[in-house]
Design a protein around this ligand. Structure first.
Ligand code: EPZ
Length: 428
């Protein structure tokens, strides 16, 4: 097992470059199944969720060539069995994207129930609703979703609520269906637009991605393409908050400022200076940081994937902040770990009340999931003293070389290897 050891209290200074977007790249990698020729993805983040998605494709028979650490060539023409291996599928939520892509190409998919961060119940009823609308049937066999369709016929899909994953899966299942599909009440995240742009560059006919109505005319053939993933808005936001929490001064490069608007607005609200340039933002703090109220929303609202990181910042802001995150059942499991560092937070269901404290103190903590792990890193960087973070495998799922990038900003963070006692558990 590995841990991070952080000696905090040092302002982050300098420049950091953002990698490709995890939540776009996992969808694009799965969508290579729909391509009838070899294709190349660039700016792919070197993170464990991508490694697992690539492994799934290989196990199914795809020919994969790693051109360099962030460029991969995919040839999925030799895939014969639309079956995803159990031990890989259960490790991440993104494995659910193989349902839509395998169904879209083979009219059949056999994918174990997806895993992913423990944020409460994460069903896939809306994904299945989309597939059924297109003419598919589904059943659970040995704990896996088995979805089949004699034909996929374009239809109207109306989601009961906004869901990123189901929007992505509906697009992938419909892109080669017969006729017109209209998907309503869609998610509008940047990674939905990135997926539509990727598929359209292969010859698909997808209009309206980024709005709440997406129209897809099915096509028979998708030709090869070379495509670069968008920068990661959540990685960028994480470094923005880390710069603020350490009262540093950091230029965050290779970003799309428009994707960061809700994060920038909230940082400015608490007194942080954010300067926007064409492909970068600079974050610095001069005066005191002050309380705010925060409610996570689907894009373009404040992203739930930034809630743990921003809540950590609010532990250092003057006054009492209120954070509401009702996208998932429970995204506050990390709060107990912050309390070990002196944070004053109380949680009631999907609402956290955060009383600002003068500072945090280093302590041994664990990452409870991917973004909670990033929050622990931010807390450790801001705290006086030494913080040990266990279960950093969660963090490695979504942040490329986070310790290397932070050392480049002057952080005292190192990775240590400890005997493998299995994942550390939350104290009851
Ligand atoms: C994606 O998860 C992201 N994961 C999550 O990021 C992100 O938090 C989430 O979107 C919201 O932006 C990937 O892209 C791989 P949803 P997803 O479907 O697709 C419920 C991270 O940290 N729901 O928008 O699972 C669901 O339980 C990860 O990078 C149903 O009830 O999110 C949740 O409460 C964490 N039925 C809510 O909707 C369904 O069929 C939103 O889920 C689908 C979803």
């Amino acid at each position: 097992m590995e841990k991070f050891i952080i000696r905090g209290g040092k302002p982050l200074e300098g420049e950091v470059s953002i990698s490709g977007a995890k939540n776009a790249a996992v969808a694009l990698v799965a969508a290579t199944i729909l391509c009838d020729e070899p294709c190349i993805l660039e700016n792919v983040p070197e993170i464990s969720d991508i490694t697992k998605c690539v492994k799934i494709l290989k196990e199914m028979g795809a020919d994969i060539k790693i051109i360099n650490r962030n460029t991969i060539r995919f040839d999925t023409r030799n895939i014969r069995e639309p079956v995803v291996p159990y031990e890989l599928a259960i490790t991440m939520r993104a494995s659910s994207y193989f349902l839509g892509t395998l169904l879209g190409r083979f009219h059949e998919a056999y994918v174990p129930m997806p895993g992913g961060c423990d944020l409460g119940d994460r069903p896939i009823d809306q994904h299945l609703k989309a597939f059924r609308s297109l003419g598919a049937t589904d059943e659970i066999i040995n704990g896996a979703n088995h979805v089949t369709a004699k034909r996929l016929i374009g239809s109207q899909i109306y989601f009961d609520f906004i869901t990123v994953g189901a929007t992505i899966n509906a697009i992938c299942a419909a892109v080669k269906a017969e006729g017109l599909t209209i998907i309503e009440n869609c998610a509008k995240e940047p990674h939905i637009v990135d997926l539509a742009n990727f598929l359209n560059s292969m010859g698909a006919d997808i209009r309206g991605a980024g709005t709440d109505v997406i129209k897809i005319r099915g096509v028979d053939h998708l030709h090869g393409v070379t495509y670069a993933t968008i920068p990661d808005q959540i990685e960028a936001g994480t470094y923005m908050v880390a710069a603020a929490a350490t009262r540093g001064n950091v230029l965050i490069k290779n970003v799309i400022p428009k994707h960061l608007e809700s994060i920038t607005a909230k940082l400015r609200k608490v007194g942080v200076t954010v300067e926007e340039f064409d492909e970068s933002v600079r974050v610095s703090v001069d005066g005191p940081m002050v309380k705010t109220s925060l409610k996570t929303q689907p894009h373009p609202g404040f992203p739930t994937d930034m809630q743990p990181q921003f809540s950590t910042l609010l532990t250092l802001a003057e006054g009492t902040s209120i954070v509401t995150d009702d996208i998932f059942d429970n995204r506050f499991r990390y709060v107990g770990e912050l309390r070990k560092m002196g944070a004053d937070i109380s949680v009631d269901g999907k609402v956290a009340v955060i009383q600002g404290v003068g500072g945090l103190k280093g302590a041994p903590v664990i990452a409870t999931d991917l973004r909670a792990g990033a929050a622990m890193v931010i807390a450790g960087l801001a705290a006086q003293g030494t913080t040990e973070i266990d279960n950093i495998f969660y963090i490695e799922r979504g942040y490329e070389n986070i310790d290397e990038k932070l050392r480049g900003l002057g952080a005292d963070i190192r990775r240590v290897y400890t005997e493998d006692k299995g994942a550390a558990k939350l104290s009851s």
